[in-house]
Design a protein around this ligand. Structure first.
Ligand SMILES: [Zn+2]
Length: 272
């Protein structure tokens, strides 16, 4: 769970609590929903949640809930962590990459997915490994260094000439800088439909209206501009949004209203 005010920036609680109800402690329920993509011989995991290697004091701030783990969710679909060929990290904040590194029996830190390439980009990697004081509580060394030390790190390079960057991972990627430097947003095809893994650009269905920007964002005015372009792109191209952090809604479709682009339908992947 996260503080509702921090999740919604300048939007007052009287408004955001309609979509994201808070408890007595002002905390709202948050998911760390990953996405597994099968594409040819590749099995790509997009983001990994926060993992379970931190101490109780750390987890005490986040009120973890639910029974799902990466391993049990993979198993449900007949996969083992060793089957994953690529781990795509939208960015290196702990709630997106922490599950990619585990503490082994000998108290050593090692990658969870032994046979996978771990994808980031040069700009974001540099940003995360020399963090500013505002973001340093989100970029944890124990989540990041083991990836480099394992030799499994790979970089994607941004295509400066196009809105989306083509990759060999089975999806295109949008680079955005508002939430953090060079966050990567996958846009993929699924059953003839398009889905954008909206990560922290639009974390829950309550974040669709333009000014609903998390207080965590390092460049909120950049987020605003990027979000406007992104929502227009998704609306024009019938792209569904996949909400990584929404506790209850996996997918949303968009509609244009006189007040701007708004959520149309709430859906699940199984509805497509
Ligand atoms: Zn983040």
């Amino acid at each position: 769970m996260l503080d509702g005010g921090a999740m919604f920036g300048v939007v007052p609680k009287s408004i955001w609590q309609k979509t994201n109800p808070a408890d007595n402690n002002n905390m709202v329920k948050i998911a760390a929903r990953c996405l597994l993509v099968e594409e040819g011989n590749r099995l790509v995991l997009i983001d990994t949640g926060m993992g379970d290697k931190q101490n109780e004091k750390f987890f005490g701030y986040y009120y973890r809930w639910g029974e799902d783990t990466l391993e049990s969710s993979l198993k449900k679909y007949g996969f083992h962590p060793d089957d994953v060929t690529d781990v795509f990290l939208t960015h290196l904040h702990f709630d997106h990459c922490g599950g990619g590194v585990v503490r082994s029996g000998k108290n050593l830190l090692e990658t969870t997915f032994k046979n996978a390439k771990y994808w980031s980009n040069k700009g974001h990697w540099g940003w995360a490994t020399d963090p500013n004081k505002r973001e340093s509580a989100s970029f944890l060394e124990e989540n990041i260094s083991p990836i480099l030390e394992s030799g499994q790190l790979s970089y994607l390079e941004k295509d400066r000439g196009n809105y989306l960057t083509k990759t060999k991972l089975g999806f295109d990627v949008l680079f955005v800088d508002g939430h953090t430097e060079k966050q990567m947003i996958p846009v993929l095809n699924y059953k003839g439909q398009k889905i954008a893994f909206a990560a922290d650009l639009v974390p829950t269905h309550g974040h669709v209206p333009l000014p609903y920007i998390p207080g965590y964002d390092i460049r909120p005015l950049v987020s605003l501009k990027e979000k406007e372009l992104f929502l227009n792109f998704c609306h024009e191209n019938n792209v569904f949004l996949f909400f990584e952090h929404d506790a209850f809604t996996e997918l949303g479709s968009l509609q244009k209203t006189e007040r701007g682009i708004r959520l149309n339908q709430k859906l699940f992947l199984r509805d497509l």
